[in-house]
Write a protein that binds this ligand. Structure first.
Ligand code: HEC
Ligand code: HEC
Length: 351
């Protein structure tokens, strides 16, 4: 109980600070590295067949996600996971849904660029050809020269990694109604529910980014099993995708995935690591039930009974009005200023 009051207090402090933070409205001027990174982030030529870029799966229209259950690679294959938002991702201590080893943009980026399971962009497969293309391209010749003025060799994959990572660090935005202190009565009631001892959402999704993953490196805090699966009622998630268990090999970690930020959550459907929940409404029903019952197919089983499920996911009652209030609060975390920031836009498109 005390803990809940404490988090509520935390919220009020955060609220007051962010209301005074007007800096976000100033136009961002990108450095030369960040500028090159912005072009490369939107550059389809990075992919093996010139069809996809980082932005294909991380589009500003969906708060830098893609609207798919699981993302589709340049070769048309589905990856295992749902694309997370990149806004404010700089503050995360760990990247991806269940990879404790990805602790910086510079390490994370190797998977989309060079990963083979499946191939996402496949940059390594055609880097030599791409370097020839960049050399002859007057725009990239200047962008690379400006970004790496002291380098004798330009257009290297390391420079591509460094520049895109630098750009990712500029994807910062905190101008939601919540940040501006403009909560409707419904949203304010929803905030009280979110921080209540009954719902306990704030224990895992605390401000300022509504995830523990920006606040600690402790794996037991950052990753949680929320009872989405209980295949054959054996306390396991689907074997092809069972969270950090695949790395730690500890039974207690089966089904633990990273706690995502809830900023812009109304723009980032579908939800969860595998995109298996379509709407916010259903997400809340799942939490109220204390886990999901999969009642047909290969993954049949009741997540509510999964012994590896986090103890905080115990279920709760919620009236229809309370549910609407909670959704109003989550909606107050939508930051529509992202649609107007020049540096978030595709540089190849003239407005
Ligand atoms: C095919 C679609 C696709 C492409 C292309 C892609 N991503 Fe992703 N991205 C994803 C998915 C899916 C995840 C989650 C991966 C996982 O956990 O297995 C992800 C995760 C991330 C994360 C971690 C975010 C977090 O909250 O942990 C970052 C950062 C990221 N991508 C940046 C990039 C960059 C930079 C590029 C271009 C070099 C890129 N992505 C290309 C789909 C894509
Ligand atoms: C025990 C920690 C924990 C608690 C408590 C918790 N969550 Fe979560 N939440 C998570 C984790 C972990 C995920 C991702 C799970 C996955 O994909 O397997 C998640 C995912 C979500 C998502 C989907 C976000 C996305 O981008 O896919 C929403 C929305 C959400 N939670 C809202 C809530 C609300 C509302 C509450 C309170 C009723 C709540 N959470 C309580 C840990 C928690």
């Amino acid at each position: 109980m005390l803990k809940t009051y404490f988090s509520y207090f935390l919220f009020l402090i955060f609220f007051t600070i962010s209301c005074k933070n007007k800096k976000q409205f100033e136009a961002v001027k990108l450095s030369n590295k960040e500028t090159l990174g912005r072009y490369l982030f939107f550059e389809n030529k990075l992919s093996i067949n010139n069809t996809k870029s980082c932005a294909s799966c991380h589009s500003v229209d969906f708060a830098f996600t893609d609207g798919y259950r699981t993302s589709v690679t340049s070769l048309g294959e589905n990856v295992l996971h749902n694309a997370p938002s990149l806004i404010n991702a700089i503050y995360l201590k760990k990247y991806d849904w269940a990879n404790p080893n990805a602790t910086s943009f510079e390490t994370q980026i190797k998977r989309p660029l060079y990963g083979n399971h499946p191939i996402e962009l496949g940059l390594d497969k055609h880097i030599n050809e791409l370097q020839e293309v960049f050399k002859k391209d007057s725009l990239y010749a200047v962008l690379f020269k400006n970004a790496f003025p002291d380098s004798s060799k330009l257009f290297t994959s390391t420079q591509i990694e460094i520049a895109i990572s630098a750009y990712e660090k500029t994807l910062i935005s905190q101008s939601s109604s919540f940040d501006k202190g403009e909560l409707t009565t419904a949203a304010y009631n929803g905030l009280k529910l979110f921080t209540s001892n009954r719902l306990k959402c704030v224990s895992c999704h605390p401000p300022p980014y509504f995830t523990l993953a920006t606040l600690t490196e402790n794996m037991d805090s950052i990753y949680a099993n929320i009872g989405l699966y209980n295949v054959d009622n054996k306390n396991e998630y689907p074997a092809i995708d069972n969270g950090i268990y695949s790395i730690t090999r500890q039974e207690k970690d089966n089904g633990k995935f990273k706690i995502p930020s809830l900023r812009n959550v109304m723009l980032t459907a579908p939800y969860m690591h595998d995109g298996s929940i379509a709407t916010i409404d259903e997400v809340i029903d799942m939490y109220a039930r204390g886990g999901r019952n999969v009642d047909y197919g290969n993954y049949k089983g009741d997540g509510n009974l999964n012994k590896n499920k986090n103890k905080l996911i115990a279920g709760f009652g919620l009236s229809a009005k309370e549910k609407q209030d909670l959704i109003a609060f989550l909606t107050s975390l939508t930051d529509s200023s992202i649609f107007y920031k020049q540096s978030f836009k595709n540089p190849f498109k003239k407005n």
